[in-house]
Design a protein around this ligand. Structure first.
Ligand code: CO
Length: 212
């Protein structure tokens, strides 16, 4: 049997050091989770959500997939958002991309990647809509890729904001902000892209649902 014993040793040391600092930590945590934030980020191993935000276990509800996408066909992601909004009552949803994202690069390169092409279709559409802007404003592959990484985050903010569960929360007067961030693996720093959504009226008219 393969046991990955190094990870278990690390885990024991980690649990011990947490308990040394705060003897009630796990006892408290086992009673309930009350995170204020939902993080939707890339599955990339270099972007560990809780760690880069300096938060402890229990402070952030996390969903990660290739290229931080919110697809209406993804029951997993939709369930996470539904649970976070309706049950955990988070006040902030952060969609965080990262520069140099391989999933975004897949869409930019337009190569046949098999199943992945279906997954990154939304990014391909974002590229299609913005390719003139990207090609004119950005010199070189790296810059184009990073701009598309940013535009992908902006698209996901809109996807999240258009979800019925989010619009319904806004309609009910809930305090719920959708943030778009990007992370730089090169220096470990986060940047807010500044396209927050906080109410139905910020959505394009055609996406606004009528709850009356
Ligand atoms: Co990525």
């Amino acid at each position: 049997m393969k046991t990955l014993s190094k990870l278990f040793e690390n885990n024991k040391k980690w649990a011990q050091s947490v308990e040394n600092q705060d003897p009630d930590f796990f006892k408290r945590l086992s009673k309930q989770q009350k995170p204020k934030y939902l993080w939707i980020g890339c599955a990339d191993s270099r972007v560990p959500a809780t760690q880069i935000c300096g938060l402890d276990p229990g402070e952030m509800f996390v969903h990660r997939n290739i290229a931080n996408l919110v697809s209406y066909r993804d029951l997993n992601c939709l369930s996470v958002i539904d649970y976070a909004v309706n049950y955990l009552k988070v006040t902030d949803i952060i969609v965080c991309g990262h520069y140099g994202c391989g999933g975004v690069e897949g869409a930019l390169n337009q190569k046949d990647l098999g199943l992945i092409n279906y997954w990154i279709q939304d990014i391909a559409e974002t590229y299609e809509k913005n390719h003139t802007h990207i090609n004119e404003k950005c010199t070189g592959h790296g810059e184009q890729l990073n701009r598309l990484c940013e535009l992908n985050v902006e698209k996901q903010i809109e996807n999240i904001s258009a979800l019925p569960v989010v619009q319904k929360a806004w309609k009910a007067g809930r305090d719920l902000t959708i943030h778009g961030w990007i992370y730089s693996i090169e220096d470990g720093l986060l940047k807010d892209l500044g396209h927050q959504m906080q109410k139905i009226e910020q959505l394009p008219k055609a996406l606004q649902l009528d709850f009356d």
